[in-house]
Ligand binder design. Structure first.
Ligand SMILES: [Zn+2]
Length: 91
């Protein structure tokens, strides 16, 4: 396992416990933290989008199927409709 300074590339021992690099003095703990967080956020967004697309692909047809069944049921019931909130006005 190698541990290098992200700024100057100096090899650091894995037992190196200081926050700053010996050679260049850059902060190892917070080096590039903002960029990394931005990357993380980007990745999270991508993963979310992928997940959403997947859910859509699975649930989309299901919901459409259910809507079709619902429409069929309503058509079958014809005149004597059950009490629903969205009543279609009869002539
Ligand atoms: Zn360094």
């Amino acid at each position: 396992m190698e541990n290098n300074c992200p700024n100057c590339g100096r090899k650091l021992s894995i037992f190196y416990v200081k926050q700053e690099c010996d050679k260049c003095g850059c902060n190892l703990l917070y080096y590039d933290m903002e960029n990394r967080m931005e990357e993380d956020a980007k990745q999270a967004k991508q993963e979310y989008d992928r997940l959403y697309a997947l859910i859509n692909r699975i649930l989309g047809p299901l919901i459409r199927h259910q809507q079709k069944q619902e429409a069929k049921k309503q058509a079958k019931n014809g005149g004597k409709q059950e009490k629903t909130t969205e009543e279609t006005p009869s002539e």
